[in-house]
Design a protein around this ligand. Structure first.
Ligand SMILES: Cc1cc2nc3c(=O)[nH]c(=O)nc-3n(C[C@H](O)[C@H](O)[C@H](O)COP(=O)(O)O)c2cc1C
Length: 366
């Protein structure tokens, strides 16, 4: 059991938000049904809507609302349904308001400092959680939320260097292995949150993401002080994942040597499979889009951008191997089959419980 605000997760597992379209209502609802937290990615959630090209803003809000409603319905009152909204995305506030009105339980926000988040959820009962990649970012957010809004996060997510998608580390750090490891970041973040937990008289549960593969990883991190984990890549290889079968199969077939780092137009490195589209970029071919819907704040936009990351992610989720950008975590090479969300969650929990028993027995607790 993991208490978050007034709600409880029966399994301390958050399924990481995956844009574009990889984690929508079908996956999130299935995870919540099993007692975890299912997360819908808000970025271009409406890519399948018929008017997406003409009216992306309206299409995205409409689709987001529908995905939240269907995920909540599938969850049947179990677990929690959250959204992942990146600060770097345009229409952040409108998206947040739409999700809250649609009945989401929590909002998770990273890719920038979510300094205004408490204001957006105030009085709604919706839980707010920042994603950080260092103790320094945690310190800044905690300080601002405390000073400006007199609140602390309802929970917090640490995303380490083995995660998929955009990463909060430099390419050099990632390539030469000097990025701080997740266990160290956890230790430092736990130190940062302690005075705030004491001041507000309640805990800030910390979830750790990035390369968490099995129940053993879960047990190690929870023993080190985490309240749970956030897992993304493993959930792509599930029957319920909202991505195409091609995307799922690529996760199953991928080997460690297929993984690379790609520079996103927003400036951050991202972890992905080395597919034909990335090879073209490496050859210096510019893939500027014909149309731009201004989805990302920090993107140079239009002909200025080396490639349109949203288009590339949309092609991937649809299964276009030639033109798609297939984000994945560092542990993708270990995945060898597509399973149901129920089976994956059961496997994780069984291994976690067995490992915990062993750890406690070693310490003489049982
Ligand atoms: C395909 C894919 C897309 C992702 N998209 C997002 C996103 O839109 N926003 C975000 O905050 N994190 C995103 N992430 C990061 C995940 O939410 C998660 O924190 C991370 O991948 C966890 O590591 P793991 O994949 O090794 O389990 C993405 C990851 C993947 C694999």
């Amino acid at each position: 059991m993991c208490k978050l605000g007034k709600k409880e997760l029966t399994k301390p597992i958050i399924q990481g938000g995956m844009g574009v379209g990889v984690s929508l209502g079908h996956l999130a609802g299935a995870v919540a049904k099993e007692g975890g937290m299912g997360v819908i990615s808000t970025v271009n959630a409406g890519y399948r809507e018929p008017d997406f090209e003409q009216h992306p803003f309206e299409a995205n809000l409409r689709a987001l609302r529908n995905e939240i409603v269907s995920a909540k319905r599938a969850a049947g009152g179990n677990g929690m349904v959250a959204i992942n909204a990146m600060v770097a995305v345009n229409h952040y506030e409108e998206t947040m308001k739409e999700a809250i009105a649609a009945g989401v339980d929590a909002v998770i926000s990273g890719a920038g400092l979510p300094v205004q988040l408490p204001e957006l959820v105030k009085g709604t009962g919706v839980l707010a959680a920042p994603i950080v990649s260092s103790a320094k970012s945690a310190r800044i957010i905690l300080k601002i939320w405390d000073k400006k809004f007199q609140v602390i996060p309802d929970f917090l997510i640490i995303e380490g260097p083995k995660a998929g998608g955009h990463l909060g580390f430099s390419r050099e750090e990632l390539e030469n292995g000097t990025a701080q490891n997740t266990d160290e970041i956890l230790e430092e973040v736990l130190r940062e949150i302690l005075p705030y937990e004491q001041k507000y008289g309640r805990r800030i549960p910390v979830f750790v993401a990035g390369g968490v593969y099995d129940g053993k990883d879960m047990a190690r991190l929870i023993t080190e002080g985490a309240s749970g984990v956030q897992i993304a890549t493993r959930f792509i290889a599930t029957e319920e994942c909202d991505a195409s079968d091609t995307y799922k199969q690529m996760m199953v077939n991928a080997k460690e040597e297929d993984i690379t780092l790609v520079k996103s137009p927003v400036g951050l490195p991202g972890r992905a499979l080395r597919t034909p589209m990335i090879k073209r970029l490496e050859e210096g071919i510019k893939l500027s889009p014909e149309r731009c819907n201004l989805c990302l704040k920090a993107c140079p936009h239009g002909s200025e951008t080396p490639y349109c990351i949203s288009r590339a992610l949309i092609e991937a989720v649809k299964g276009n191997v030639e033109d798609g950008l297939f984000f994945c975590g560092a542990n993708v090479g270990r995945i060898n089959k597509i399973v149901t969300v129920k089976a994956l969650m059961q496997e994780l929990m069984q291994d976690y419980e067995t490992e915990m028993k062993g750890i406690l027995a070693e310490r003489g607790v049982v």
